[in-house]
Design a protein around this ligand. Structure first.
Ligand code: PLP
Length: 396
């Protein structure tokens, strides 16, 4: 047996595991202090009541012969897929067919799995900084080349930094797969319609595919910023969109999301084939929970949760600004991206904040080399943790 050599190129630890380990070690060494985390992007609000009720009912269904469910359809419950089309797309003028919607167990899996649809020799472009999964997935698939000075030799990096107003340039050399994530994790920034249209036009011109990660779509305020890539002309020919109920409705521990693979990409049948072979469908209970987010009460309860996190985001943004820091994001996103003071590195600031305030943030450099000199704060903690963490920073 030969191991997959590409896996061995990956750094031993996942970045977020390193942060958790540092925080845990600090807490163990200082048992009398309470370490507060504004670091990892996991949610803290309980599931909406409507979702809980639907999941209870689903469990009850499983208890009786007449209502028991075995395997679900690989592509997901048609009622949920219809609800997705009617609630998340039709109001924005986007017409999808039922067989273009695939229910998943969250965005994370499909971000990686969709890369199986493409030849190994395809060239990948990613934003820099960005959520690490796209790069790691490309490494595992053998598309990244060698790691040289913090960058993979075969990956095209598209800086998304203050110097370009967090609007990435188009790739200078031809790329085949473009991973876009907007609202962006970690910078919390978004693109306007014309800015995103340039990427769609590029993909149309170069026969590329865009994997559009819209995990934070629900945080977008108003209609000026595109909520879906399919709002843009021609995107249905060149884009796969990935969404999740994780940050929308608190499903990080439940697992449910969906992936749109339009027929016009020429990939829909391949993806269907792939799912039927390798994925035996999302859990019935999770899907029933997701369906409940589309009821009037469910929608309101989801909105309430988002407003809860948005309150934190504004609080972090205003407080950090008040302390004189340079900050970005936090409006259409649960993430606040902060420039470290006095030229400190991301990890130096992380250590300082942990040491002096017992607060955990996320070092920006973990999202790519263009994230060096920044840290990310998340709005997903409770009000109490957020307020106290900010108080400690103000005192410092
Ligand atoms: N995409 C982005 C940009 C994320 O930040 C995350 C999780 O933090 C995911 C995808 C994964 O989400 P899920 O829980 O749906 O797997």
């Amino acid at each position: 047996m030969n191991k997959n050599k590409y896996f061995q190129k990956l750094q031993a630890n996942y970045f977020f595991t390193d942060i958790m380990t540092k925080g845990r070690k600090y807490a163990e060494a200082h048992p009398d202090t309470r370490v507060l985390s504004l670091g990892i992007g996991d949610v803290t609000r309980p599931l909406p009541q409507q979702v809980i009720a639907a999941m209870h009912n689903a469990v009850e269904d499983m208890a009786h012969e007449e209502t028991f469910h075995g395997y679900c359809l690989e592509e997901g419950n048609p009622i949920l897929r219809k609800a997705i089309i009617e609630n998340d797309y039709l109001p924005r003028g986007i017409n999808l067919q039922l067989d273009e919607v695939f229910v998943s167990d969250g965005a994370g899996s499909d971000l990686g799995n969709t890369s199986e649809l493409f030849d190994k020799n395809n060239r990948v472009a990613v934003l820099d900084p960005v959520y690490p999964a796209y790069v790691d997935t490309s490494v595992m698939a053998g598309r990244a080349g060698e790691l040289v000075g913090g960058k993979w030799s075969d990956i095209v990096y598209l800086p998304c930094v203050r110097e370009n107003g967090f609007v990435p340039d188009l790739p200078r050399k031809k790329v085949d797969i473009i991973y876009l994530c907007f609202p962006n994790n970690p910078t919390g920034t978004t693109l306007t319609r014309p800015q995103l249209q340039r990427f769609v036009d590029y993909a149309l011109r170069h026969d590329s595919i865009i994997i559009f990660d819209a995990a934070y779509e629900t945080f977008i305020e108003g209609d000026d910023i595109p909520h879906s890539i399919y709002e843009l002309e021609g995107a249905e020919r060149v884009a796969i969109e990935i969404r999740s109920y994780s940050k929308t409705a608190g499903f990080t521990g439940v697992r449910c999301g969906y992936t749109i693979v339009p027929r016009q990409t020429g990939l829909q049948q391949m993806w269907h084939r792939r799912q039927c072979t390798k994925y035996n469908g999302t859990s019935y209970i999770s899907q029933q929970g997701a369906l409940a987010t589309y009821t009037p009460e469910g929608k309101q309860q989801v909105r309430d949760n988002i407003m809860y996190y948005k309150h934190n985001a504004r609080n972090i943004l205003n407080s950090l600004q008040g302390m004189g820091f340079e900050v970005y994001g936090g409006i259409h996103s649960p993430y606040i991206w902060m420039r470290t003071p006095d030229g400190m590195s991301s990890w130096q600031f992380f250590d300082l904040l942990l040491e002096k305030c017992q607060v955990i943030c996320t070092p920006g450099v973990g999202f790519g080399s263009a994230g060096e000199g920044y840290v990310r704060f998340t709005a997903f903690a409770t009000h109490q943790t957020t307020d106290e963490a900010l108080e400690r920073m103000k005192r410092l």
